[in-house]
Design a binder for this molecule. Structure first.
Ligand SMILES: Nc1ncnc2c1ncn2[C@@H]1O[C@H](COP(=O)(O)OP(=O)(O)OP(=O)(O)O)[C@@H](O)[C@H]1O
Ligand SMILES: [Mg+2]
Length: 300
């Protein structure tokens, strides 16, 4: 699979504070890349570096295998559409007038503009002033403005921020439609659940570092759930598992964050100590739990 965006050691410091730290991103062509991390993790700064809006302190950005620098920037950015932070449209103009501005600026044919507007399903609202649009409609217009140039990659920074559940759902469907049309979409969020259903690849950022990059299944397989031990001798089981951090938890024993080999060691220890165990369970975890563990520094 070819990658559309690659970064090597991409780093941004402000003064002596490093806010994006040595990122090696790989965004496969054709995927929806969910770029997730808590507030302040460095998502917007990274996306701005990908778009040459912020200058990296160190490292490089490659788009379709070519290094982005002063001489290639214009051409490479021609294949990237973006929506960063606030919607870009003029509020005192109508949707149609905003689209016309983009059309003139980029010298695009009518067909492209119509297609972009239909993709975001705004064709029936074009005559309204943007001031009267809902936030969701403003976001969709912003995406239409980015789409008009028919980019291969769309970079969307928190497009669902501030939207109600219906707006979030509409945004999800829109991202899926874009991906079905063959556009690679990189979308950021501070909520994993928000991108979970649309993203095919996840990049998880915390404190400026890339904590995980891969598929959802890979993320789950590397997570370390708590193990719960059902026993008629909870005190003895807790004592036997103490080296692994086992504690009493409402009549069962909870051992935090065990991978497969560690779980096997704990079971062997309980057998050795002849503790009466009638059940060993790995706690079901949501993707959000896994994300929380990661970003709180418990690691995978
Ligand atoms: N121009 C700047 N000067 C100094 N510090 C900055 C600047 N821009 C961003 N930062 C800092 O860099 C860190 C990362 O910010 P960034 O906006 O990239 O995070 P984010 O992941 O997009 O967060 P959010 O979810 O809140 O949008 C923050 O601590 C922020 O205060
Ligand atoms: Mg941000």
């Amino acid at each position: 699979m070819s990658t559309i965006i690659t970064t090597h050691s991409l780093t941004k410091s402000y003064g002596d504070r490093t806010v994006v730290d040595g990122l090696d991103l790989r965004v496969p062509e054709g995927c929806v890349y969910g770029f997730v991390g808590p507030n302040g993790a460095g998502k917007s700064t990274t996306m701005k570096m990908l778009l040459s809006l912020v200058r990296p302190t160190r490292g490089e950005v490659r788009v379709m295998g070519r290094r982005m620098d002063r001489s290639t920037r214009r051409e490479l950015l021609g294949s990237i559409g973006s929506l960063i932070e606030t919607p870009p449209a003029y509020a005192h103009l109508t949707g149609a007038e905003n689209m016309r501005l983009v059309q003139r600026l980029l010298r695009l044919g009518d067909g492209r503009v119509d297609r972009a507007v239909r993709t975001v399903r705004l064709q029936d609202h074009l005559d309204k002033r943007v001031r009267a649009y809902s936030l969701g409609m403003k976001q969709r217009l912003g995406i239409a403005m980015a789409l008009a140039r028919e980019p291969r990659l769309l970079v969307l920074d928190e497009p669902a921020n501030g939207l109600d559940p219906a707006g979030i759902d509409e945004m999800r469907h829109l991202i899926k439609r874009l991906a079905d049309d063959g556009i690679t979409v990189m979308v950021s969020s501070h909520l994993l659940d928000e991108v979970d259903r649309t993203a095919t690849v996840l990049g998880i950022l915390g404190g400026g570092r890339l904590l995980f990059q891969g598929t959802r299944d890979e993320l789950f397989s590397r997570s370390v759930p708590d193990v719960l031990i059902d026993t008629s001798e909870p005190e003895r089981a807790a004592a036997a598992t103490e080296p692994w951090g086992g504690t009493l938890d409402e009549g069962t024993v909870r051992v935090p964050g065990l991978d497969h080999p560690a779980t096997a060691e704990v079971v062997a220890r309980l057998v050795d100590a002849r503790v009466d165990v009638y059940g060993v369970r790995r706690e079901d975890r949501s993707l959000e739990d896994v994300f929380m563990d990661l970003t709180r520094g418990r690691g995978l």
